[in-house]
Design a protein around this ligand. Structure first.
Ligand code: ATP
Length: 137
């Protein structure tokens, strides 16, 4: 598919990195198809990350993701999901390649600046969590 879903996470919005991160996405060839600045309640963050419910870091993840504003966006590019994960780099910024968004802006494995969908199916599910059919033009 040619679409993926991303969030700029609360660590990055809080440090004022939003503009630079979006700039790197656009320069990386991704077109913004829908975007919103918002904040998740702990309930909403828990629902978004329900797939990780059994992971030991789930509570920490939900608390972090509801701790401040996030920017949610649907992005378009050929081979979007795989190319975007390449652009953001490894989950743990210490292992992320030089020049990736997480290498540039993330501080730890938990507070890692951005989210990127891991499959076409999840890109649709996650995009639909934030945007109505009307908004996903
Ligand atoms: P994302 O789905 O956000 O793009 P990912 O696919 O790289 O991240 P996952 O393993 O799916 O990573 O974990 C989802 C999110 O949970 C991570 O992005 C990170 O914010 C958090 N996380 C992952 N591992 C840990 C950990 N060991 N401790 C704390 N938080 C973690």
């Amino acid at each position: 598919s040619n679409r993926t879903f991303t969030m700029v996470k609360p660590d990055a919005t809080g440090k004022g990195y939003t503009g630079a991160i979006l700039d790197q996405m656009i320069k990386g060839g991704f077109a913004i198809k829908a975007m919103k600045w918002t904040r998740l309640t702990p309930e909403q963050a828990g629902e978004f990350y329900a797939i990780h419910k059994e992971r030991p870091f789930y509570g920490e993840l939900v608390e972090f993701m509801s701790s401040g504003p996030i920017v949610a966006a649907i992005l378009e590019k050929e081979n979007a999901v795989a190319d975007f994960r390449k652009l953001i780099g490894a989950t743990n910024p210490a292992q992320a390649e030089e020049g990736t968004i997480r290498k540039n802006f993330a501080s730890s494995v938990g507070e890692n600046a951005v989210h990127g969908s891991d499959s076409d199916e999840n890109a649709i599910i996650e995009g639909s969590f934030f945007f109505s059919g009307l908004e996903r033009f």
